[in-house]
Design a protein around this ligand. Structure first.
Ligand code: BG6
Ligand code: MG
Length: 224
């Protein structure tokens, strides 16, 4: 019988690669330079959120208001720190089991797409030799409306040539889960069900996924 799922769309940061650590260090350096408070909890609010919006999260947390031009300069500076930190990225930063999972999915003939808010996504994929695992790569540079808007996922579906109702999204951020559901797609949360309350199902280990159930859109529970 034909499977319902014909494409798997992945977020990047926190789903395929633990770049969260590098984003955190980049923002932390910027915040320290200005004496702004920034910790893991504030960083959680930046998860899945575009660069400028992440900066707004930090400024709001510190009660700081700045002119637009200065904010642009700060976001550009954080990105320079992030890109510098990415020079250290290596296979230990890849989510355990993610590559094996990608290989298994692709072997079934199902399409794979990357839908990341990060404009650095192509650089991260290239640095780790992961570019060839995706039929399409959509980034923050290709869209107008960030997650939780469904735009990035709808474009991903279009680029892999699969209807939204035949796609499943893997996401680690609440905004991404909301975007996937708004796109009319199935969604698997990567992380804790406590954080991803809207996700119909969550995983923390790719090796626990029953691929047949996933492709029949019948993945249930929260396998750990
Ligand atoms: C998301 C990350 O994937 O990309 C966010 O979860 C990040 O933390 C956002 O701010 C934008 O990334 P970049 O690389 O374009 O600054
Ligand atoms: Mg993410």
């Amino acid at each position: 019988m034909e499977k319902q799922i014909k494409a798997v769309l992945f977020d990047l940061d926190g789903v395929i690669v633990f770049t969260d650590r590098y984003h955190y260090l980049g923002w932390k350096k910027l915040a320290d330079e200005h004496g702004w408070a920034f910790d893991e909890e504030v960083n959680n609010g930046c998860r899945g959120v575009p660069r400028m919006e992440s900066l707004e999260v930090i400024l709001r947390h510190n009660g700081v208001e700045l002119p637009e031009a200065e904010k642009e300069e700060l976001a550009t500076r954080k990105n320079a720190y992030y890109v510098e930190l990415l020079k250290d990225i290596n296979e230990e930063d890849v989510y355990p089991g993610a590559v094996e999972f990608l290989k298994k999915i692709r072997a079934t003939g199902v399409k794979t797409g990357l839908c990341s808010s990060s404009k650095n996504a192509p650089l991260v994929l290239e640095s780790l030799g992961l570019s060839d695992y995706f039929d399409a790569v959509v980034t923050g540079a290709d869209i107008k409306n960030a997650k939780p808007d469904p735009e990035i996922f709808l474009l991903g579906a279009e680029w892999v040539g699969v209807a939204p109702e035949n796609c499943v999204v893997f996401e680690d951020a609440p905004s991404g889960v909301a975007g996937a559901l708004a796109a009319g797609m199935a969604c698997v949360g990567v992380g804790s069900p406590e954080l991803l309350t809207e996700a119909p199902v969550t995983i923390t280990d790719y090796s626990t996924i029953d691929i047949d159930a996933l492709l029949n859109n019948q993945l249930t529970g929260s396998p750990v």
